[in-house]
Every structure is written in C-alpha cells, then in structure tokens.
Design a protein. Sequence first.
Length: 232
Amino acid sequence: MELFDMVVSHAGRPVRTALEIGAGTGKATRLFAQRGVVVTATDPDRAMLAELCKHVPTNVRTVRAAFEDLRPVERYDLVYAAAALHWTKPEGRWSRVAALLAPGGVFASCGGPFRLADPTVEEAVRAARAPFLESDEIPSPDGTPPDRAMRWPGTELQQSEWFTSVRQSVIERCVTMSARDYVGHLSTVSSYLALPAAEREQLFSRIMQVLPSRVDMTADITVHLARRQHQN
C-alpha cells in the first residue's frame, strides 16, 4: 500500500519494529504487520484489543494502555497513529514519542474525514444530524485554520525540538460502502462518541433512514511523517 511505501521511503532504512498508538480494532495494525513489521499495538480499551486480536498476524503484540501510560522499555523503528493522535494529551506528547523511537526512527500519523461524495445525500445527513451536532468535523487540536497548507500534527512537529524532515502528503481515495458500514465508521468518530449513548443511537437511526443502501465517499488520507533527531 502507498502508505507503507511512504513510511519506508522516509525512514531510508528497513522498518522492522513499530509501536502503534490507539490501535483500535487493528486496521492500520494489519497494514504494517502483513508486511513483516513486528508491531506492538497499544490501546486503553480492552474490547478494542480483543477485536484486534481476531484479525492480526502472529507478529503483533498488544498492550492495554493509554499513550500517556506507556513506558519506553524499548525503542522502535516506527511509532505511528492512525486517526488516533488527537485523543492523546498535548503536554509532553512529542518527548514521549521521541523516547519510544530509535534515533533516526520515523513517526507517522495518518487520517482524514470520510466525506459523502453526493451533495444531496450529504445535505440529508446534515439535516438529520443537526438536532444533535452542528458539525462532525474534528477541530484542529492546536487551532490551525483549515485553510493552512500545513495541517496538524505537522504544525506541532515543525516546532518540536525532537523531530526533523517533517513531510505532509495526501493519498487520494474514493470508496463505496454500505449505509451500515458508513454508520459504523461514524461510531468511531470522536464527535459522535462524545454524545450520550441514547442520543448517539437515536442519531444513527435518523442517519440510516436518509441514506441509500450504498454510499460513495471521498476518503483522502493525510499523512504526516517526521524523523527523530539523532542528537536529542
């Protein structure tokens, strides 16, 4: 996959070990593990890790812990987060990542909103969502305006003493999925997770009612890469 090739190219050397922040059910875990990387997948949610273990190769080790509770007992060639970094606390974020990376190792963050491609369907979903959420967009954690060329977390990485060679790339994707799978995706988005459970289920029911059986999505992935400074 293009993402894996980007990471290896930025590393400029073999990527043999990796630590994943907020692995969830393991979609990104499988991407690296299936290419021979020995992955340590971390997540604070026991149920998420149990689901992950059903689908990953044997070269994956799981650790139930929040990122802030991880202790750097070893250093990795790669530390990465797939649509999970915004859950971490900003205080000490980059020094923690650096402590988990071997000198010259690579940090990678990827993610991006799934957007309905059909404006008519998008408007119907917006109207269904309106009583519960004005928007389901995740605001930039550091307040970077949406029209800024460099997006978060690249903006923070550029300011960090721990990292160099900061790069931002976009992988363009269009996907088609069932209405149920689309709502399943929404159930992992933080703005929906922040709602009380009863409201969340009511909202998902309203959205299902206005969706066609299959939906076309614009699903571009924004990738941020950076290399750990040798001297720190």
